[in-house]
Design a protein around this ligand. Structure first.
Ligand code: BES
Ligand code: MN
Ligand code: ZN
Length: 478
């Protein structure tokens, strides 16, 4: 999978200078004095303490990269990820093969260095014929040096970054490769690697047999078969049964309500929620986090064809709710309706779903926050905290009876899209809410954050957004 999973990461106590790495990284805080070769660079003003500023020198036959870390009291995990990513970009350019990073004090700082570095070194080059054009980082080893025991923190951060990069691989793969069955195969691979993970894959007949008429309707237009991907992790814990649900439309043309062609290629990313859910389970199991989780990933293409669902068609979801499909491009809520019913049926006691659901969330929140919606304040607070601690930020937006009214159908119980172009992200959330019953649930609309996030450590492409938040949820709620 991603190139970064072959990078060895370790923690070491002792003097930062006593390393075998070819490149050492040290942070520079405002008001700090550094010794050795760095002192001259600080004195001359070439090395600056402002966040992300870089200066390069040599000492003891190795490179010494000085990274500005800003004010000591302002350094947190997120700023550290940003600084580590800036260093990693230079390190890639220089062709370094082993790094030794002297970690400043602070909770989660060492892990953030690992995450920022591995996320920034990620690249997707498997379809580039020319190795030079593909670029490619030469980094094979990353050592974190500090006077405290960091083995667990560093291992967990590595697992998180590798899983996030794995999700980015799944996102980046084109839709002719990353089909529903391909995602199912990845889920099977994860289950094969971990004794505590079981996988179940359902095909079109089983989807229909379960009464998932909404999911089946979206899938019927494509020649590529849908899959309902279910991963069950039995890792113990006392937090009850968690449900992770992820939208995985491997290509969203809009169906008969077809999308304009500009940027339609980006709709290969419409499986980002599912990718995050699948890869998070691998990392959670790998770390043995104590939790019981059922992951449900409905995966299909959304295509126009002679057998596609048509505007006005009425379908019946797993819980018996009838839905008028008035816009075939509002397909995410249809497949999630059945996936949420399934998660409730499986006994999930608290559910979070991740979905690239609405263009409107990009208008509202840009790429800064995912839109969060919830029917339960306590579960909401837990999810928001997980988002904050990982830097995968979420902002709560409202549900409301007036939005609920908008979801009512003319001929059926619900319509999947109303003519009123009002509060479209809240509308979608109100639609989904009707399939979770009373189960505490948080919906994360990640249409603005799944790619083009623009954080220094994930850049402009696929972001793997949500993987680390789901891992944190397993830890704090599982
Ligand atoms: N996958 C899209 C949402 C999307 C759009 C994600 C742009 C990322 C970038 C979703 O299936 C969709 O098409 N939503 C429609 C719903 C509308 C037809 C009610 C939208 O938001 O425009
Ligand atoms: Mn759509
Ligand atoms: Zn979609």
């Amino acid at each position: 999978m991603s190139a970064t999973d072959s990078i060895a990461v370790s923690a070491r106590r002792g003097a930062p200078e006593e390393t075998t790495a070819d490149t050492r990284v040290v942070g520079l805080f405002e008001g700090d004095t550094l010794g050795g070769a760095a002192a001259a660079l600080v004195a001359s003003g070439e090395a600056k303490p402002a966040l992300k500023k870089l200066a390069l020198t040599h000492e003891d036959g190795r490179r010494l990269l000085i990274v500005g870390l800003g004010k000591r009291e302002e350094l947190d995990a997120e700023r550290t990820r940003v600084a580590a990513a800036a260093a990693a970009a230079r390190i890639k350019e220089l062709g370094c093969s082993s790094l030794s990073w002297a970690a400043p004090d602070g909770e989660g700082i060492a892990g953030a260095i690992v995450e920022g570095t591995l996320l920034a070194l990620y690249e997707f080059t498997q379809f580039k014929s020319d190795a030079d054009e593909a670029g490619g980082s030469a980094v094979r080893e990353l050592e974190i040096v500090a006077d405290r025991d960091l083995d667990n923190e560093v291992a967990a951060a590595r697992a998180a970054a590798v899983a996030q990069n794995g999700a980015r691989d799944l996102q980046n793969l084109p839709a002719n490769v990353a089909t529903p069955d391909f995602l199912a195969a990845r889920a099977k691979e994860i289950a094969a690697e971990h004794a505590a993970v079981e996988v179940e894959i359902l095909g079109p007949d089983e989807i229909r047999a379960l009464g998932m008429g909404a999911f089946a309707a979206v899938a019927q237009g494509s020649y590529v078969e849908p899959r309902l991907i279910v991963l069950r992790y039995e890792g113990g814990g006392s937090g009850g049964h968690l449900g992770f649900v992820g939208k995985a439309v491997t290509f969203d043309t809009g169906g008969i309500s077809i999308k304009p062609s500009a940027k339609m290629q980006e709709m290969k990313f419409d499986m980002s929620g599912g990718a995050a859910v699948i890869e998070s389970i691998g990392a959670i199991a790998g770390l043995g986090i104590e939790a019981k989780i059922t992951a449900v990933v409905p995966s299909t293409e959304n295509m126009p064809s002679g057998r596609s669902v048509k505007p006005g068609d009425i379908v019946t979801a797993m819980n018996g709710t009838t839905i008028e499909v008035n816009n075939t491009d509002a397909e995410g809520r249809l497949i999630l309706a059945d996936a949420l019913c399934y998660a409730v049926d499986q006994g999930c006691e608290r559910i979070v779903d991740l979905a690239t659901l609405t263009g409107a969330i990009i208008v509202a929140l840009g790429s800064t926050y995912a839109g969060l919606f919830s029917n339960d304040d306590e579960w909401y607070a837990t999810v928001e905290n997980a988002c904050t601690s990982t830097g995968e930020l979420g902002w709560r937006l409202p549900l409301h009876p007036e939005y609920f009214e908008l979801t009512k159908g003319q001929y059926a119980d619900l319509t999947n899209a109303s003519d009123a172009r009002k509060a479209m992200s809240s509308y979608a959330a109100e639609f989904l809410r009707q399939f979770v019953g009373e189960t505490p649930w948080v919906h994360m609309d990640i249409a603005g954050t799944a790619w083009g996030l623009g954080r220094n450590y994930v850049g402009s492409g696929a972001s793997g957004f949500g993987v680390r938040t789901l891992m944190e949820l397993a830890r704090t709620a599982g």
